[in-house]
Design a protein around this ligand. Structure first.
Ligand code: ATP
Ligand code: MG
Length: 612
């Protein structure tokens, strides 16, 4: 990169040196010609200046579209006319013998007009720097002036400037000074406007103006039209024109091209950036269900659908406030980050990946709400299970120890009671372990249903037969109102489990002598049949202790047991297992209960295969 720069600046330095060498040798050649013949020198010098004038005009005229100000436009047009007057001046010069009836006053008058033209156009160009100029109007005005002045000079109205044998008239000398003053004013004006010009152009214009001033001063000195100061004046004039030419070339040709190249370069870079962006977009996971964003230091560059929903925003908007801090940190430390952020009810892990080179941060969000909830559930489950297991185990441990160490002192009755307690707790432990295993299998989705058409009547009958001893003990009556031919679609083993849980509860939580009703409604369509499919609604209703209103919402939760049933054994897992199994069958369950009056469970189970 640096090497390249050095190379290009060396190149431009050589080209500058070559340019100055050519220019100064040309000047020297023109100067040399004066030794041969002063008329030759004058003609060559003037023609050189005229060629440069025409060059200034051509470049100014053709680059009018790129010129930002009127300055070079006015200069360009006026140099055409300066060139024309100078040409006439050259042709009218003493010794040319073209305008035979005129003295050296003619070229001197033409000279002073051309210099006025030059000085005034420079001043005007500075005054009208920022004004819009009508080009054709400008040419027309110049043309009118040319006609008037030429007419005045050739008809002899124009004041005398040179008297043969005497030399320059005071009119000529005074006006030469006035021209210098106009140039000095222009220089001051130019100084005021200097910021509007490029550094190089500034130098060129200053060199051109000062050369003109010096050339004018030289011309006030000469007596003969062939003397030395006349020679210096002409050479300085070429220098002045040449620098104006350089200034206009730089403004009208070099700068527009540079500008063009700069614009091309910019658009090339822009294209590159766009291509990169497209490439990035192609790899941007728009369809990802998790929020994915790309941001710069202030704005969202890309945002997939999920992130637009999470942050309620879209591309082009400001960075979401919740992320701002982390993004800032990412940019300031240039390090990737990871953090958990709560948005509404959800918890996300956000990964911030910085791409320093391209100046953006990619943000990937992962919704971990469910994972956190599951983790909490598991922790609670483990805590409760260990607590629930500890109870019966400690009863067993203490009872065993008691029996072993105090066997001599214990009465038969106490021993019997201890044994009963131990048996009860062993069964409780067995139930607990069974239930926990069952639930964990449900949780792990390891339970597959062995589906077939089953008759609920038969299942319930079997359960009641098995439970008869307990029922009898409590003197319970069961009323079953189910069509024996009614069928549902399910896993008979699991259905047995479901009904057993409800019937067991109905017996357990009812006083002696109460009644349990088991009924069914075939092809039930109602609130519990959410998918509106063919199914049966079962009721298991008791007149037992009921459930307090505030406890109902917790009824199906794992390990929930009412405070009022602490003397009745149970794990608190029955209903939660039943609910899971019902839902596994595509059904649903609901409870209505009134404390101390009774409870009614409604269970909906599908009849056909057509549930999910
Ligand atoms: P197990 O797991 O041994 O069945 P459990 O009966 O205590 O223990 P669930 O069947 O889940 O557990 O019942 C949870 C709680 O709901 C019970 O402890 C009881 O307080 C209440 N409950 C359940 N069914 C009834 C009912 N029919 N009448 C009154 N309360 C009930
Ligand atoms: Mg129970």
């Amino acid at each position: 990169m640096v090497g390249k720069e050095i190379k290009s600046s060396l190149l431009s330095l050589t080209s500058i040196i070559i340019e100055y060498l050519i220019f100064s040798s040309l000047l020297f050649l023109i100067y040399l010609s004066s030794f041969y013949n002063y008329l030759l020198f004058h003609t060559v010098a003037e023609l050189s200046a005229i060629i440069i004038s025409i060059g200034i005009f051509i470049i100014g005229w053709n680059s009018k579209a790129y010129l930002k100000t009127s300055f070079f436009l006015i200069i360009g047009v006026s140099f055409l006319f300066i060139g024309i007057i100078d040409l006439v001046h050259t042709l009218a010069y003493a010794g040319m013998n073209i305008f035979i009836d005129f003295t050296s006053n003619l070229p001197t008058s033409l000279w002073i007009v051309a210099r006025y033209w030059q000085a005034l156009s420079l001043l005007l160009a500075l005054i009208l720097f920022n004004k819009k100029i009508n080009l054709y109007y400008l040419v027309f005005l110049n043309f009118i002036f040319l006609i008037i002045l030429m007419e005045a000079i050739f008809s002899g109205i124009f004041p005398l400037c040179y008297i043969e044998g005497v030399g320059l008239t005071p009119f000529k000398i005074i006006n030469e000074y006035i021209i210098d003053i106009i140039f000095i004013i222009s220089l001051i004006w130019f100084y005021i406007l200097r910021k509007e010009f490029d550094k190089k152009i500034r130098v060129y214009i200053i060199i051109s103006t000062i050369s003109t001033i010096l050339s004018e001063i030289a011309f006030t000195f000469y007596i003969g039209v062939y003397d030395f100061s006349n020679l210096v004046g002409h050479l300085l004039k070429i220098v002045a024109f040449y620098y104006m030419y350089k200034a206009i070339i730089k403004t009208g040709i070099k700068e527009p091209y540079d500008l063009l190249f700069r614009k091309l370069k910019l658009s090339e870079e822009e294209l590159k950036i766009r291509a990169e962006r497209l490439e990035d977009m192609a790899s941007f996971p728009l369809e990802n269900p998790n929020p994915v964003l790309r941001v710069n230091e202030a704005l969202i560059m890309s945002a997939n659908k999920a992130s637009q929903e999470v942050f309620n925003t879209e591309e082009g908007n400001l960075i979401p406030k919740t992320l701002q801090h982390y993004i800032d940190e990412c940019f300031s430390t240039s390090k990737n980050m990871e953090t958990e952020i709560k948005i509404g009810d959800a918890v996300y892990t956000f990964f911030f990946m910085i791409n320093e080179e391209k100046g953006y941060v990619n943000i990937y969000g992962l919704n971990i709400t469910e994972r956190i909830k599951a983790k909490q559930r598991l922790e609670r489950f483990v805590a409760t299970v260990s607590h629930e297991l500890r109870n019966p185990i400690s009863v067993l441990v203490t009872s065993t120890e008691f029996l072993n160490s105090h066997s001599d002192e214990l009465t038969e009755e106490i021993i019997q009671k201890l044994k009963e307690g131990m048996t009860k707790n062993i069964y409780l432990l067995k139930d607990l372990v069974d239930d926990i295993l069952m639930l964990s299998r449900i949780d792990e989705r390891k339970i597959t249903l062995d589906l077939s058409e089953v008759k609920p009547f038969e299942i319930i009958q079997e359960i009641l037969i098995l439970m008869e001893p307990i029922g009898n003990r409590k003197n319970m009556t069961f009323k079953v109102n189910i069509d024996p031919n009614l069928t549902i679609y399910g896993d008979s083993k699991r259905l047995d489990q479901i009904f057993r849980i409800f019937i067991d509860n109905a017996i357990k939580y009812s006083a002696k002598g109460s009644m349990v009703m088991i009924e069914s409604v075939d092809l039930y369509h109602g609130q519990l049949n959410k998918q509106n499919i063919d199914g049966v609604l079962f009721f298991i209703e008791d007149t037992g202790i009921g459930i307090a209103k505030d406890e109902i919402p917790n009824l199906f939760k794992r390990f929930f047991r009412s405070d009022k049933v602490s003397d009745i054994p149970g794990t608190g897992l029955g209903l939660s297992i039943a609910k899971e199994l019902i839902e596994l069958h595509g059904g649903s369950v609901e409870v209505e209960s009134e404390f101390m009056k009774g409870t009614k469970f409604s269970i909906f189970l599908p009849k056909k295969k057509d549930y999910k």
